[in-house]
Design a binder for this molecule. Structure first.
Ligand SMILES: [Zn+2]
Length: 466
């Protein structure tokens, strides 16, 4: 979303009613598209087939995969790697698994090699910064965008949110309310889509009651946004002794840490549903009412989990998630390494869906810390000591050498030295004695180039990208 081509310096001077119109206009294009019969039909058909049995799933994927592989033959990268169309059609799964796994750098170094030269439709370019801050360009087709959006809507509908019926609150990164404004309303309204965009820059324990009032006034039922911002609003409410019951909360773009989830769920009396996806659109998974891990969105991707060498991980073993899109015919990436760590969950799900499930992803490969003995430790293990400590607004683990871990915190009101000491002690207990834990109080935690918050930054494991 942007200011519809209007510069922020102009936008911020306009009257609030005009700002509301601009916000409505900017959000209306997607809203109108998603209101169309075609889009709503896609959502319904995804709802209808979600209980397919494993044979039906396989048959559905066989057809889609063959189409993707045939499309891939028209790219420079895959033209020699793939056999004839007839061979592809006879056994697409074996052929997919014979193709080597693909690293981010393989794509980043020369994006053009992956473009399907015979794709008849429009290709939509999307420039993004990768999680490590290196620019990454990806290309989508309209079908691939629609499938992802429809999968997101399927999850929401399954869990009770009706399209266009309830008011939703949004917490994004855009400065929708000028920073100079120092009294409410700290929000702008898109009446058409029934969305209230709340400013994340005006949030504080002092302004929390104004936000709460707006929640009540608009009868907000659902909230969506970046995890770090959802946490900030929950934190501000908590500090002011406020709470507000919501029906549903959705997040994206960053992993949600466990301590953030706990605070958000406490303040909004509502379970936070997980959805996993990534910009390259090669992998996605949804959490449903069963709350039993994330179901693979097999309608749009094939997921695998591989070990360090790129070979399939043993059953139930933790490894890197690899995905193949089943709808991006214009830019077919096969067996793409996501950099996200997870594992397949064993057994059938209680909800009756036959799709495979993966464990919640809160670890990026970059979120691993290197220990002095050469072993890797997931930073998500170290979120545990944060649960017992209050008065911390934001935190980050930073590692430059294996022998030292820096814990950066932004203290909140009421912070005492004993809070920091308790935290450091808790973290020390989870690390080998050879690692020194150092507390650093900071005013700000820098975001990545793409504006994402990262809980863990290791300068050692970052360079290990393939
Ligand atoms: Zn389930």
């Amino acid at each position: 979303m942007n200011y519809s081509g209007i510069q922020y310096s102009i936008y911020k001077m306009l009257p609030m009613s005009i700002q509301n119109l601009i916000i409505t206009y900017a959000g209306s294009k997607r809203w109108k598209h998603e209101s169309t019969k075609e889009f709503q039909n896609t959502v319904s058909s995804l709802q209808n087939i979600q209980n397919y049995d494993t044979l039906q799933i396989k048959e559905y994927q066989r057809v889609k995969l063959a189409t993707i592989l045939i499309a891939a033959k028209s790219t420079e990268f895959y033209s020699e790697l793939l056999p004839s169309e007839r061979q592809i059609a006879s056994d697409p799964f074996s052929i997919l698994f014979s193709v080597p796994v693909l690293g981010k750098n393989d794509v980043r170094s020369d994006v053009k090699r992956f473009i399907n030269s015979s794709f008849p439709g429009k290709l939509i370019q999307h420039g993004t910064s990768g999680t490590t801050g290196t620019p990454m360009q990806t290309i989508w087709t309209q079908e691939c965008i629609d499938m992802e959006r429809a999968l997101i809507w399927r999850q929401r509908k399954q869990t009770g949110l009706e399209f266009g019926k309830e008011w939703r609150g949004m917490l994004g990164g855009l400065q929708i309310v000028p920073l100079e404004q120092n009294k409410p309303p700290y929000w702008r309204v898109n009446k058409l889509a029934k969305q209230v965009y709340f400013s994340t820059y005006h949030l504080s324990p002092a302004s929390a009651s104004a936000y709460l009032e707006a929640f009540g006034k608009f009868d907000i039922k659902a909230l969506e946004g970046y995890p770090s911002v959802l946490y900030t609003i929950a934190y501000s409410f908590r500090q002011s002794g406020l709470d507000y019951p919501l029906d549903s909360i959705y997040y994206g773009a960053e992993p949600l840490q466990d301590f953030q989830r706990k605070m958000i769920e406490k303040v909004f009396h509502c379970y936070v549903l997980d959805y996993y996806g990534l910009t390259e659109r090669v992998a996605s998974a949804s959490e449903f009412e069963c709350k039993n891990g994330l179901h693979e969105n097999w309608e749009n991707c094939i997921l695998e989990i591989v070990d360090k060498t790129g070979n399939p991980a043993s059953e139930g073993e933790y490894g890197e998630l690899v995905g193949t899109s089943l709808s991006n015919l214009g830019f077919p990436l096969l067996r793409y390494r996501t950099g996200d760590m997870t594992r397949f969950l064993p057994g059938e799900c209680t909800c009756g869906r036959s799709s495979r499930r993966i464990a919640r992803i809160d670890t990026k490969r970059e979120d691993l810390l290197l220990m002095p003995d050469g072993s890797l430790l997931s930073a998500s293990n170290l979120t545990f000591p944060f649960k017992d400590v209050e008065h911390i607004l934001e935190s980050q683990l930073f590692q430059r050498i294996p022998e030292e871990l820096e814990v950066r915190i932004i203290p909140a009101g009421g912070y005492l030295n004993s809070d920091g000491e308790k935290l450091i002690k808790g973290i020390e207990q989870m690390l080998p004695e050879s690692v020194a834990v150092v507390l650093r109080i900071v005013d700000e935690i820098p975001r990545t180039k793409s504006g994402k918050f990262r809980f863990c930054v290791s300068e050692i494991t970052h360079t290990d990208e393939s």
